[in-house]
Design a protein. Sequence first.
Length: 217
Amino acid sequence: MDRYASFKELFDNEVEGADYKIRSRAGTTGIALLCIHGGDIEPGTSEIADGIAGRDHTFYALEGIKKSGNKTLHITSTVFDEPCSIEIVCNSEIIVSVHGCAETEETVHIGGLEKTIKERIAKKLIERGFEAQIDSNSRFRGTDQRNVCNLCGRGMGVQIEISRGVRSKMFRDLSKEGRQVRSEVYYRFIFAVREALRPFGSFAARPLEPDGWEIIR
């Protein structure tokens, strides 16, 4: 059970800049990458969403930055209503919402109401060597119309749940410092999802090249 049932409840009890922070960056494709459980809430997810967004797509993240206890900042997707995120969602044609689940198996669950895009993301991830499953777990289906991923212009978006088993291989480790050292698995994942999104949005996104982070070989 989440501590907070809305962003207002979180805002009234937590301190922005000390307990959490919000990051966003405007893109030009009509596609937005959302990470509502970033930082140390679901470690690695904001780095993944940021990488997929690159220089083309809009990016948003609410990140937990407490020394401990960041899980209390989790607001479930069907009631997430932070104003900046809602403005981005309402002005975007397609939303891809990135989450992390606790599974140790190396699995990616893909849900949401946007059937064509989620099937293409699954296909590209499988081609790149990931185990990707569509609507495989009722917890991760993301088919509630109130889910933040489905509030975009199309009324249907995509939710990607990345297991801890996969995320732990993307970085040196899942600590704040460890997440700045990114592995080949991270870039393979980023490129797969960006490739999947290429036919959608207002123009074809440019390839994202490694941005100077140290890569584990």
